[in-house]
Design a protein around this ligand. Structure first.
Ligand SMILES: Nc1ncnc2c1ncn2[C@@H]1O[C@H](COP(=O)(O)OP(=O)(O)O)[C@@H](O)[C@H]1O
Ligand SMILES: [Mg+2]
Length: 361
């Protein structure tokens, strides 16, 4: 009897597409389910760039880097995977480092039905969505009585001794904090579809930078590293500014000892192309990076920071990046993040405005 398990047979009978990739993200092996999924033979897939054979609507490379860096599994829930001839929404991608094979990764792709069977993890997203819906309703209901409470406390405080007034001040202060949180929840719910027009990205970045430097980021050094030849993007200028503000704010809040450097970088990268849900191709050549030199994203939440209510900060709402992600997705763009201590990069990729639409200032 053979002592070694029949790995080939197991590989061949895995019910989901499985790919083995090397350190350069090239395909080393594909099981039969992957051959069917990618509509290509193992032989034709061998040594091909993963990117060329399979596209995901979130930057896959970030997750590959993370899996290698941490030598730990990374799951990406509810993504759309596009291959040569099909678009599969609601997939679960599991990435696992291969033991004793540095840099090699195993990729398992579970299309919808299987993803649901595997279950648990996927539900996080929909659970989060209904949590948002519920929070919106609550926000609306709670704000009115809160205004009453705060007003009453202010009235009360008029006749109180200084010592007792500390109590009413606390009530007023804390209600203000809750109202602010509720407003963020409402802002999330009220987000209207983008009113897109041609927008000069540098104008939007400048507006955000100036606003941030007048307020919370006054102690931060903000460096502009722009490619001035960048053409206009097609976006809602206010929503775009909101995105930049949220990212600058996070970078500021992450900074150690109240100081740090934020680099705003723009550049052109023609190679980024995604396939939309309707099957059409779109280029996202405009790249914007918000880079900080803070401590990096806490590893335990790194995979979930774009989900609502996920926060690594005391007093955080976890809504900032959820809003950012929603806005960028509504614009047909992509957002991804790479983070190690000392360097966190949020990268946004956006489309170019139609040629006949010049940007207005
Ligand atoms: N630039 C950054 N550096 C380090 N951690 C970050 C950065 N941006 C975001 N994070 C982490 O992601 C979490 C979620 O961010 P966000 O959605 O804006 O919610 P909040 O800021 O309310 O916590 C933050 O709490 C923080 O832990
Ligand atoms: Mg935030």
């Amino acid at each position: 009897m053979s002592t070694s398990p029949p790995f080939d047979a197991i590989w061949a009978s895995l019910p989901m597409p499985a790919l083995l990739i090397d350190g350069k993200d090239c395909i080393l092996a594909a099981n039969p389910a992957a051959e069917t999924f990618l509509n290509a033979s193992t032989r034709s897939l061998f040594n091909q760039k993963l990117d060329d054979k399979l596209r995901v609507d979130v930057p896959l490379c970030d997750s590959l880097i993370r899996a290698r860096a941490n030598q730990a599994d990374v799951n990406i829930n509810d993504v759309t995977v596009s291959t040569y001839d099909r678009v599969s929404p609601h997939c679960l991608i599991q990435i696992a480092p291969v033991q004793d094979m540095p840099d090699q990764l195993l990729l398992l792709i579970s299309p919808r039905v299987m993803a649901e069977r595997i279950g648990r993890a996927r539900n996080a997203t929909s659970a989060a969505k209904s949590a948002i819906g519920m929070a919106e309703m609550l926000a609306h209901e709670i704000k009115n009585p809160l205004a009453g409470i705060s007003g009453a406390a202010q009235l009360l405080s008029m006749n109180l001794s200084a010592e007792d007034r500390e109590m009413t001040d606390l009530i007023v202060e804390e209600t203000r904090r809750i109202v602010k949180l509720l407003e963020q929840v409402e802002q999330f719910g009220n987000l209207r579809p983008p009113e897109a027009r041609a927008v000069n990205i540098h104008d939007a970045l400048d507006r955000a930078r100036r606003s941030a430097q007048m307020g919370y980021a006054s102690h931060m050094m903000i460096i502009e590293d722009y490619d001035p030849s960048l053409p206009a993007t097609w976006a809602d200028p206010d929503q775009l500014m909101q995105v930049f503000l949220n990212l600058i704010k996070n970078a500021t809040e992450a900074a150690r000892d109240n100081r740090g450097t934020i680099r705003l970088r723009t550049f052109y990268d023609l190679s980024l192309r995604i396939r939309r849900k309707d099957g059409s191709q779109a280029r996202l050549p405009l790249q914007i990076e918000i880079i900080d030199d803070g401590p990096g994203i806490p590893p335990d939440i790194a995979g979930d920071i774009f989900e609502p209510f996920v926060s690594g900060r005391e007093n955080g709402t976890g809504l900032g990046l959820a809003l950012v992600s929603k806005i960028i997705t509504d614009h047909g763009g992509l957002i991804g993040v790479e983070s190690v201590p000392g360097r966190t990069v949020f990268r946004i990729s956006l489309p170019v405005a139609p040629k006949d639409q010049p940007a207005e200032r």
